[in-house]
Write a protein that binds this ligand. Sequence first.
Ligand SMILES: Nc1ncnc2c1ncn2[C@@H]1O[C@H](COP(=O)(O)OP(=O)(O)OP(=O)(O)O)[C@@H](O)[C@H]1O
Ligand code: SF4
Ligand SMILES: [Mg+2]
Length: 329
Amino acid sequence: MNAHTPITDSFLDVRNLTVSYPMGRGLSVKAVTDLSFTVARGETLGLVGESGCGKSSAARAIMQLPRPSGGHVRLAGTDLTALRGSQLQRARRQFQMVFQDPMASLNPRHSVRQILSAPLEIAGLRETRAAREQRIIDILDRVGLNGAQSIDRKPYEFSGGQCQRISIARALILRPDLLVCDESVSALDVSVQAQILNLLQEIRQEFGLTMLFISHDLSVVRHVSDRVAVMYLGALCELADTDAIYARPAHPYTRALISAVPQPNPDIAPAPLQMVPGELPSPMNPPSGCRFRTRCPSASEKCAAKVPVFRQIAPGQSVACHHPLTAPV
Ligand SMILES: Nc1ncnc2c1ncn2[C@@H]1O[C@H](COP(=O)(O)OP(=O)(O)OP(=O)(O)O)[C@@H](O)[C@H]1O
Ligand code: SF4
Ligand SMILES: [Mg+2]
């Protein structure tokens, strides 16, 4: 999809999502704090931020794996956080995830047939054995693997890129509406990354997918996303149309991330995000006021005293900052 694709409604609605991990002795780490955003049907939202900022925690909470500590996740109007047992199991057909490490996310003892049968069995799909076999072969063919030749093989017989194609086939076999990709190309060589990204673009169109695309690689995110959300220390700091956020970042953290993007070099895989100067504070003890203030060149007294409200400053651009870099219009 591109900037001209019409965005019609809010399909995924994440409201005040909070994820806490108990650390013992009554302490906990808040990996995600009050995260709210929406994604329209057919839209791809990119989610970026440094390592440890809470991207995967947010993704897992959206998938209800495990459930969030607080907040709501609505998909096509259904509050996933309110569903129990079999209701949630049935709803899972609609939302699927592709993880970072394809080898680790596929059971090495299982054949591709077993791997792709699992979601069908969990969903309780009633069909003949021949129909199931054909369904598996068809989806393998669609993701660029020869289905008939691949179905009896095991993950170790495939390359990393091919394993990621199997993971994508597993995610797609129940024809979901929402696909969450958590660093789904980050572990792959740059040339293989491009192939998998192309595949994701094709299936997005073909399956009419809504996507949450998480990556530390801002170049990749720019390429695939309609809008981009930036997280810092568990909280959202900016969300804007892709063109606007790269051309006119309003949050000092977004600007620091974007200015740190290296020039594209096909021979060098992008390094994990650690390129903003200064040390990332502990999420167990975030700074008062604005979380970014200990690293922000524009920080003022107000920034230490008051949490900045997330607000729209221009059409298609919202930011949580007392002194945004672009003037509100
Ligand atoms: N199971 C867990 N138990 C305790 N703390 C956790 C757990 N998972 C994540 N965390 C902590 O929560 C914070 C957010 O981690 P998370 O993995 O969500 O970040 P991320 O943005 O996905 O990072 P990366 O880019 O490295 O994948 C970090 O401080 C991390 O140490
Ligand atoms: S609120 Fe203040 S410290 Fe935070 S990003 Fe804006 S200027 Fe920097
Ligand atoms: Mg992660």
